[in-house]
Design a protein around this ligand. Structure first.
Ligand code: NAD
Length: 294
């Protein structure tokens, strides 16, 4: 069994990005600049935005965080989005979700200029991804593809089963792996909470991607021997063995599934670290005008 080390791969990619940023700076160009808008005080969002700021610093990006109380109105938030859309010093920005209930997330996402939508949530980027055009691919599925690529895992002609059909993970990763590309060219089954014969479907999978958000859902009896297992799930549970009093658990019952898998991602340290790195990669592409020429 090979452990897919997201920490190692993400550090390697950060080093590659840092070198490129150095080269940009030495040519007299400014560093890529990523901004984030955060509304309210959601713990998960604060942590994520904190990691993002740290990662930007590590690779030499500029970063800005715009913080608002959850009393901000939808029109005030839309005006902020518009300001970032028109700010030439910002290459890309993200709207940290969730937003308070009185604000339409969809409306805000659609207000982001697709050329700066480094989270890849705008329908234009999603649509371009579906038809295989250059676009910003959302961070988690892009990170999964990168892991598959760097570990040289064969996907062509393989049966891939994705569990969970969210717009940010399940749906995009299904499309990416079914695409005529490498990694890609797989036969993909997208399963969800209404799937009736999930066990039978998963038993047939060469690659399983668990993204349903139910701790230790995928057990050893469900997976084929030699399967590749990618665990996207993150559930925070109380723990007496950690300093913080919390630990993170994936959607896969790691110890037993690891004995049957050919490759497996741990939680934490698998897909998680790749997510921020993908965001950095998208921001670098934005700064270089690689997807949408400036
Ligand atoms: P979500 O929470 O929006 O949706 C869950 C999906 O799982 C739904 O499509 C639902 O139909 C499906 N589902 C639920 N129960 C099921 C069952 N018993 N059988 C089959 N399908 C079932 O999904 P999400 O936002 O993609 O999040 C999924 C998990 O991934 C969460 O734990 C989340 O924290 C984690 N996540 C991790 C990262 C990362 O960077 N590692 C990024 C995004 C999400």
């Amino acid at each position: 069994m090979i452990l897919i080390d997201g920490n190692k791969i993400s550090s390697e990619i950060k080093e590659e990005i840092a070198i490129e940023v150095q080269q940009m700076k030495s040519r007299g160009e400014r560093a890529p600049h990523l901004a984030a808008i955060i509304v309210g005080h959601d713990g998960g969002s604060e942590t994520y935005v904190g990691h993002k700021e740290k990662s930007c610093k590590q690779v030499g990006f500029d970063s800005t965080v715009l913080r608002f109380e959850d009393t901000i109105t939808e029109s005030e938030l839309l005006a902020t989005v518009n300001k970032l859309n028109n700010d030439p010093a910002i290459d890309g920005f993200i709207m940290q979700l969730p937003l308070p209930k009185h604000i339409s997330e969809q409306k805000v996402i659609e207000a982001i200029d697709p050329r700066k939508d480094v989270d890849g949530f705008h329908p234009i980027n999603l649509g371009r991804m579906v038809i295989g055009l250059p676009c910003y691919v959302s961070a988690t599925p892009a990170g999964i593809v990168e892991l598959i690529k760097r570990y040289k895992i064969e996907t062509s002609g393989k049966n891939v089963v994705v569990i969970g059909r969210s717009n940010i993970v399940g749906k995009p990763i299904s499309i990416l792996l079914a695409q005529k590309s490498n990694p890609g060219d797989a036969t993909v089954t997208l399963t969800h909470s209404r799937t009736k014969n999930l066990k039978e479907v998963v038993a047939n999978a060469d690659i399983v991607i668990a993204a349903l958000g139910q701790a230790e859902f995928l057990t050893a009896d469900m997976v084929k021997k030699g399967a590749v297992v990618i665990d996207v799930g993150i559930t925070r549970v109380k723990s007496e063995t950690t300093k913080s009093g919390w630990k993170l658990i994936g959607d896969v019952k790691f110890n037993e599934v690891a004995e049957k898998a050919s490759y497996i991602t741990p939680v934490p340290g698998g897909v998680g670290p790749m997510t921020i790195v993908s965001l950095l990669q998208n921001t670098l592409k934005a700064a270089k005008g690689e997807i949408y020429p400036k």
